[in-house]
Design a binder for this molecule. Structure first.
Ligand SMILES: *Cc1c(COP(=O)(O)O)cnc(C)c1O
Length: 338
């Protein structure tokens, strides 16, 4: 059996999830006719404490549709230098949305310092202010490299943004990992955010899809942008059914992924030549000596153990990896260095 720690996106639908997909009632969602998509959107909006939801094919498109719903051409958004939205989405906000990113250096815990946020907000208006892009939006990410952002920080940052007339967006690709790790509700984790993008295709184990939640007017705008961006899908209830199944069966078990990541971190910490840089929720970061990276990766791959071994490696646990797989992984790395 392969143990794949490259990402939590590599999961295959379980037999029961496939069964739920097969049985899904579907319609043409571009016409608003797909009952399963509507059910998924409503269910996530309700538990996130928002008015409406929108099912999109990817988290990238969900973030982009949200940014375009919040910002007009020439508006600016504040975002982490290391945020997925800024760094890993091809610059879509600028390329397709005509939105100017204002990156802010992330703290190691993923937060953006309040004083830096405050200083980056431009004063738009007559006179000098006409020089600037209009700062419209603050975008944060939770979890960030697996780390759960402190509730107090999220509250302070979103309050600051709202006080200064900005809207707020959360890239909550893995927000359910935060929910499970801190024992909160989804609504609590989404508090203070005008929109939240949630991935179903990461730790939740669905094959495809993200849901954007927010107010009705905002989701209506995002709905139009989804169509423009090519994300209007037809009988997508087959995919939404996987998401609904995941919401019911795959949330509490994220705690197992967190336990397995802790096991992996402990095992690596106990291995010569390996330095654990950190671990949080379902991620572990570790340093390997340069000269060992390529040979170690080949050694692991030959044994059906998949990971990207770099000087700063990331390992991600998920529902297709169990405690035994983690033990095999640790033992193989120990064998290599022995
Ligand atoms: C995976 C991910 C996304 C969206 O990715 P897609 O592959 O487009 O679904 C967005 N933000 C973060 C933090 C992610 O990890």
């Amino acid at each position: 059996m392969t143990v794949d720690l490259r990402s939590d996106t590599v999961t295959r639908p379980t037999p029961a999830m496939r069964e739920a997909m097969l049985r899904a009632e579907v319609g043409d969602d571009v016409w608003g006719d797909d009952p399963t998509v509507l059910e998924l959107q409503d269910a996530l909006a309700l538990s996130a404490g928002k008015e409406a939801g929108l099912f999109l094919p990817t988290g990238t498109q969900s973030n982009l549709a949200a940014l375009m719903a919040h910002c007009e051409r020439g508006d600016e958004y504040l975002v982490g230098q290391l945020a997925h939205t800024y760094k890993y989405e091809g610059g879509g906000a600028a390329v397709l949305g005509s939105i100017v990113p204002q990156p802010i250096e992330n703290e190691p815990d993923g937060s953006l310092p309040l004083e830096k946020l405050a200083a980056a907000i431009k004063h738009y208006g007559p006179g000098l202010g006409a020089h600037f892009a209009r700062t419209r939006l603050l975008a944060l990410e939770n979890t960030f490299n697996g780390q759960v952002l402190p509730r107090g920080y999220l509250q302070a940052a979103t309050e600051l943004a709202h006080h200064r007339g900005l809207a707020t967006h959360l890239d909550g690709a893995r927000v359910f990992n935060a929910v499970v790790a801190q024992g909160s509700t989804l609504a609590e984790a989404c508090e203070g955010f005008d929109s939240v993008s949630i991935c179903l295709s990461k730790g939740l184990g669905a094959p495809v899809g993200s849901v954007l939640v927010g107010s009705k007017p905002l989701i209506e705008k995002a709905y139009r942008w989804r169509k423009v961006l090519g994300g209007g899908m037809r009988q997508s209830g087959f995919l939404a059914a996987a998401g609904l199944y995941a919401l019911e069966h795959h949330i509490e078990r994220l705690a197992d992924d967190h336990t397995n990541a802790a096991r992996l971190a402990a095992g690596l910490a106990d291995t010569p030549h390996v330095t654990v840089l950190g671990h949080a929720t379902n991620m572990v970061f570790a340093r390997f000596p340069d000269e060992h990276c390529a040979p170690l990766q080949a050694f692991l791959n030959e044994r059906g153990l998949l990971a990207l071994i770099t000087p700063e490696s990331r390992f991600v646990t998920h529902l297709d990896v169990d405690a035994e797989g983690i033990a095999r992984f640790i033992n193989a790395i120990k064998d290599y260095f022995a």
